[in-house]
Each structure stands twice: as C-alpha cells, then as structure tokens.
Unconditional design. Structure first.
Ligand SMILES: [Zn+2]
Length: 147
C-alpha cells in the first residue's frame, strides 16, 4: 500500500471543497503551470500569460492576414494568365508554337510563385518582394499574348 494512500481521503475532501467553491485545477496554456480557476474556460494562469497569449494571437492574426493577401494576389494572377491563355486559344490564327511557349511560361510562373511563397513563409523573402514580382508577371503575360 502506498504511503500516500492515507492522503486520498484528504485529497478527495479538498477536491470536493474546490468543487463547492466553484474552482477547478487548470493547466496554463502558456507556461504549463497548474492553477486554480473559476471554471474550465480559464486557460491562462496570470496577467503575464494572458499578455503573452494576446501577443501571440495578434502575431498569428497578422501573419494570416498577410498570407491571405499574397495568396489572393497569386490566385488572381493565375486567373489572369488563364484568361489570357484562353483568349489566345480562341483567337483564330494564333500561332500554335507561341501558345506552347505561353503554356510553358505559365508552368514556370506557377513553379516560381510556389518557391517565392515558400521563401516568404520561411522568412528568406519579404511579402513585398513576392507581391512586386507578382505584379511584374502581369506584364509578362500581356507581352506573351499580344497578337
Ligand atoms: Zn501561465
């Protein structure tokens, strides 16, 4: 029999009392400490941890916003290329070899865009570098499909 076994009734007693007082043990999401909380909704032990969590939330929010922004730009640019390629396809007399080149350029564009996106994510390139590059690509497709 464990030496602590005799403590069980005591522990049970206090856990019940905590329950009576509307308190429970919670695990702090930030520092990992256990603390007494008024309900299970409380996930942070102190003002310090609440501030840390708020800062983290803001950082994640900003990151997501930035990511959504260049993701959207990228998708728009893809659509722009597709529209221009389709228009070229539907233009009678548009040279087949040029169309082939354009489709190859589109594949390159997508490959390069994915690499740049990854670079932004890992911090080796800035979001602005990526969006500037995306804007330049609009001119590339315009020149390629000019007929
Ligand atoms: Zn904490």
């Amino acid at each position: 029999m464990s030496a602590y076994a005799s403590l069980y009734p005591l522990i049970t007693y206090y856990l019940n009392r905590l329950n009576d007082w509307g308190l429970c043990f919670q695990h702090c999401k930030v520092c990992g400490k256990y603390f007494l909380a008024k309900s299970q909704r409380y996930e942070l032990c102190s003002d310090k941890c609440r501030k840390a969590q708020a800062l983290q939330n803001k950082r994640e929010f900003d990151e997501r916003t930035r990511e959504n922004h260049y993701d959207l730009l990228y998708k728009n640019e893809c659509q722009n290329w597709l529209n221009k390629i389709n228009r070229a396809k539907n233009t009678s007399g548009f040279p087949a070899d040029r169309l082939e080149n354009i489709q190859a350029a589109f594949a390159d564009f997508k490959k390069e865009a994915l690499q740049q996106k990854r670079a932004v994510k890992t911090g080796t390139a800035s979001p602005k570098e990526f969006t500037d590059w995306l804007y330049q690509q609009s001119n590339v497709i315009v020149e390629l499909t000019d007929y």
